[in-house]
Each structure stands twice: as structure tokens, then as C-alpha cells.
Write a protein that binds this ligand. Structure first.
Ligand code: TXA
Ligand code: MG
Length: 353
């Protein structure tokens, strides 16, 4: 199959181009498209055979359920089982369209292929004008995971999608780089207490301010061979390189990173470092020998999130074997960033105060 790349205006997507993509979805084919978080790989969520193609293209295991994307909250009743709780409407009013995914009881119209056999379904209304236009034009709920090979770093540009899926899908809508850069927050509303299964674009603080206490599920390391809980696969979003994550106060992290960098270079390893603007002077002595990627200022968590996946992919493309990174402050979007760094890490070094 040849994969067509079709560029669309990210603000005012051309209706004729959207119509071509929508026609593919209606025929049971796959379309990759930009959302405000990452690129998604969409199929008609009500067509099990179409959804099956997503799992095949991504080489995604059947036990990992997909998110159903809607054009507007009013369409919830088509995919949710039973009446929609008032809490959902409050969340929808504040955070939709946007980077929040809600776990709710599954409606019968949603095939179990989408939910990996679960009686719950993940739902989100994306804010990106291209995603909005596409779902509206298709007139369907659209099942879409991130448009990457399973287990690899999520795509934040159309080029990333092609790198992973070229030849496997008919169409990629290119709407430029995505604004948020990390995936949506997955909030389980079927648990005793609202529980974040995956931190993401909507922060725990923002959720708690609206609905009261919100639990953050522990992200347990899973035993070898066990099927992990949905949303909590341990090593995920992973680059090919051996990523070492340093967690702890910045002074200790800097020292440990510099020692590790020195050792890796001495061992002849091609080494990359994900750095904050604040680290620039400290790491300047290595600029000629290591690949330094600056993500932005520690205070600008949104910029760090937006650039993270592209930086990891660049390092991989350049054949870097070891990547060193340090955790950011664990608040707001920082929780999502640290969660993705943890999932990308082959090794975590914890440092004391
Ligand atoms: O930002 C996003 O959420 C992007 C864009 C394309 O919308 N999508 C995305 O999809 O990240 P995916 O498939 O890569 O991640 C969906 C996550 C997975 O961790 C999955 O296990 C979890 O949502 N999930 C889906 N359905 C679930 C369910 N019924 N219960 C618990 N977790 C669920
Ligand atoms: Mg994914």
C-alpha cells in the first residue's frame, strides 16, 4: 500500500481534503490525523473490522484498548452504556474539546475490539480543528490510538507517523506539529474515586479544582508475562536508545549525569542528553562530543512537553545509543512529562538530597 501525505491547514482545514479523509473512514479504512496532543490513527469505532486494521498496522496487542473520539459531547449517548452521569457533563463543559479522556461504561454499539473486551470505554473530544472537522465530516465516532508502532514514542509530526507507518496505511493528514506534545489525561470514572490512569494534557490540579479529590494511580512495574492494566504498560513511549533517567535534586542529578556522560563517552558510546535551558552552561564542555537536546526552561513545562517526543526521535535517528535525562518538577504538566520519561527509561537512577 502506498501512503498518501495530504497537507491541511491546521486552523482552517480545507473541506475537500477533509472530505477525502472522511470518505476513507466511512469505507472502513485508516486515516492518521493531528490532534492537539499527538497524531492519532483513526478508524470507524463502530466497525470491528476497521478497528482491527489499527491493531495490525501498529502491531498493537489486542489487550490494549483504544480511545473513541467524538466531535461533540452530545454524541456521548451513542457510545456510553446507561445514562451519562452529571459529573461527566461538568468535566465535558470545562475540558472538552481538549486533552482529557474519560473511562465510562461501554455502550453496546461499541465493539469489544475497541475496548479489548472490557465493559468500559475510553472517550475524548479532541480540540484540534483538523480532528474536529474530520470526525464531524465522517459522522462517526473515531477509534484512534497514537499513530506510532506499538511501544514506540508517540508522533507529534506527520513525518513521525510516516517513519512508523508508511506503507501500512492509506492516508496521513499533515497539520503540522502538535501543540501539546504528550497524550491526553486518562481519567477513570468507573472506579470508587475518580482516578488518573495516565497523567497528560489536563493536570491533576485542574481536575481536582473542578471535581474534588482525584487519585493518581500508582504506575506499578508489571511482572514478566502478566497482562498489565490498560493505560499502565510499564515500558512504553520508548526510544531505541538506552535511556537513563535521573530523579532527584538538580545538583545531585547534574553531578550524576556528568559522571555517567563521561563514562559513556569513554566507553565509546554515542551519547545524547535531554537538557533544560538552565543546564546549558554546565554541559557546554560536552557540546562537541555529545548530542545535547535543549527542551526549554524548567518553568515552561508546556514547551518541554511539546518538544519531548521529537527530541527522542531525533536522537534515535542519529543512532545515539545512550540518552541521559533528568526528571522535571512533579507538578502540573510535569507529572505527564515525568511519567513519559519513566516509561521511556531503561534505567532509573534515584538520588538523595
Ligand atoms: O492524546 C491521546 O490520548 C491520543 C490522541 C490520538 O487522542 N491517543 C492515545 O491513544 O494516546 P493510545 O491508544 O496511545 O492510549 C490510550 C490509553 C492506553 O493507555 C489505553 O490502555 C487506555 O488509554 N485505555 C483505553 N481504553 C481504556 C479503558 N477502557 N480502560 C482503561 N484504560 C483505557
Ligand atoms: Mg499510544
Amino acid at each position: 500500500m502506498t501512503t498518501r501525505l495530504l497537507s491541511v491547514d491546521p486552523e482552517y482545514p480545507q473541506p475537500d481534503r477533509i472530505a477525502q479523509a472522511a470518505a476513507l473512514l466511512r469505507r472502513g479504512e485508516l486515516v492518521a490525523f493531528p490532534t492537539e496532543t499527538v497524531y492519532g490513527l483513526g478508524a470507524n469505532a463502530l466497525d470491528a473490522a476497521a478497528v482491527q486494521k489499527i491493531f495490525a498496522a501498529k502491531e498493537r496487542p489486542a489487550y490494549d484498548p483504544l480511545i473513541v473520539h467524538l466531535h461533540e459531547p452530545q454524541a456521548l449517548h451513542t457510545v456510553v452504556g446507561g445514562p451519562v452521569p452529571a459529573l461527566v457533563w461538568r468535566l465535558a463543559e470545562r475540558f472538552w474539546p481538549g486533552p482529557l479522556t474519560l473511562i465510562l461504561p461501554r455502550g453496546r454499539a461499541v465493539p469489544q475490539t475497541v475496548t479489548a473486551g472490557l465493559e468500559t470505554v475510553a472517550i475524548r473530544v479532541p480540540a484540534h480543528p483538523v480532528a474536529q472537522a474530520l470526525i464531524a465530516a465522517a459522522g462517526l465516532p473515531v477509534a484512534a490510538p497514537s499513530a506510532n508502532r506499538f511501544g514506540y514514542t508517540s508522533p507529534t509530526t506527520a513525518a513521525h507517523v510516516l517513519a512508523d507507518l508508511e506503507g501500512r496505511i492509506p492516508l496521513v493528514l499533515d497539520g503540522g506539529p502538535t501543540r501539546i506534545g504528550v497524550e491526553s489525561t486518562v481519567l477513570d470514572l468507573t472506579a470508587d474515586q475518580p482516578t488518573i490512569l495516565r497523567p497528560g494534557g489536563v493536570t491533576q490540579e485542574a481536575l481536582a479544582a473542578l471535581i474534588g479529590p482525584v487519585r493518581l494511580a500508582a504506575q506499578p512495574p508489571t511482572e514478566e508475562g502478566a497482562v498489565p492494566a490498560p493505560g499502565m504498560l510499564p515500558r512504553h513511549y520508548a526510544p531505541h536508545a538506552h535511556l537513563v533517567l535521573f530523579v532527584g535534586p538538580s545538583l545531585a542529578a547534574h553531578n550524576a549525569m556528568q559522571r555517567r556522560l563521561q563514562a559513556a563517552l569513554q566507553a565509546g558510546k554515542r551519547t545524547g542528553v535531554l537538557l533544560l535551558e538552565e543546564d546549558r552552561a554546565l554541559f557546554a564542555p560536552w557540546a562537541a562530543r555529545a548530542r545535547l537536546e535543549f527542551l526549554g526552561a524548567e518553568t515552561d513545562l508546556a514547551a518541554l512537553a511539546q518538544r519531548l517526543y521529537a527530541a527522542l526521535r531525533r536522537l534515535d535517528q542519529e543512532g545515539v545509543e545512550v540518552v541521559l535525562a533528568r526528571a522535571v518538577p512533579s507538578r502540573g504538566l510535569g507529572r505527564a512529562i515525568n511519567n513519559r520519561l519513566q516509561k521511556a527509561a531503561a534505567e532509573v537512577v534515584r538520588l538523595e538530597d
